[in-house]
Design a protein around this ligand. Structure first.
Ligand code: ZN
Ligand code: ZN
Length: 267
């Protein structure tokens, strides 16, 4: 079995990604309006009612905005950790809780491991999806640095979607106040292109066939900067395919084991 990865769009104005076994569909984060989410799902070829579960990585609006409403409308299970649930003001029966390093078992062919990552004012997790037969795909966004534990779980993944939030020089010479610059580049902020390259290099294996760079800052980054900095770090080691998920989407889908993405043609 392989795992499908479809980013509906990614950035500070919303994130949502479908992880699919073909039979079972999980939406990781639901940070667009419900209307936008349904529109983007349909463009990507998913009936919204076919989303069996929603996992929210952390409570920030760009990851959680319409998660509760979507879970009710589509009768999907909503999963998050307890801090995220309380920050989203969820009440009992509205969600199922998972803990750090818990494996969420959706079906016999799809599970996800929740790995805590440092992110200011939030209890955020990276997720590694597994088909139980050796195929694995990771989604990693909103973290100031990558703990060793995360690197361990990323190693051997067939696919990694990871944020490349900002270009260090662009952030530092840009218009943001110094306090905000420090927050973004600090331990609880986001990964720079350079850090993302280092994380990928440290978790590189010959199994890794596809990478999606996501959550790019519109003020402090540009697709060509993110891609070239990451390639500079991993170019010699990596023979697969790199794509960028932008704020608008969806544009493509990957299946693990496939080195080329399938293009999605917007209706
Ligand atoms: Zn975010
Ligand atoms: Zn966040």
């Amino acid at each position: 079995m392989s795992i499908g990865i479809t980013h509906l769009g990614s950035g500070s104005r919303g994130n949502a990604t479908v992880i699919s076994s073909g039979e079972y569909n999980v939406l990781v984060d639901c940070g667009f309006s419900l209307r936008q989410t349904e529109k983007r799902l349909r463009i990507a070829g998913f009936d919204p009612n076919s989303i069996n579960s929603i996992v929210v990585t952390h409570h920030h609006k760009d990851h959680s905005a319409s998660a509760l409403r979507a879970s009710k409308k589509w009768s999907s299970n909503l999963y998050c950790n307890s801090e995220t649930a309380s920050r989203m003001k969820l009440v009992e029966n509205e969600y199922s809780v998972f803990g750090s390093l818990d494996r969420i078992q959706f079906s016999s062919e799809l599970s996800m491991l929740a790995i805590p990552v440092p992110h200011e004012d939030a209890d955020n997790v990276a997720l590694v999806a597994s088909d139980g037969k050796g195929e694995r795909a990771a989604i990693v966004t909103d973290l100031g640095e990558a703990p060793d534990d995360l690197i361990k779980h990323l190693s051997g993944c067939n696919h990694i979607s990871i944020e490349a939030n900002y270009d260090h020089e662009k952030l530092m010479s840009g218009p943001y106040p110094d306090s905000l610059k420090r927050r973004i580049s600090g331990r609880g902020g986001h990964l720079s292109n350079r850090q993302t390259g280092e994380v990928l290099l440290r978790s590189m294996s010959e199994r890794l066939k596809s990478i999606v760079l996501c959550h790019l800052s519109e003020s402090n980054n540009a697709p060509h900067l993110a891609e070239s900095e990451v390639l500079l770090a991993i170019g010699d080691e990596f023979e697969g395919n790199i794509s960028i998920s932008k704020q608008e989407g969806p544009e493509f889908s990957y299946w693990t084991g496939q080195s080329e993405p399938s293009k999605i043609l917007a209706a």
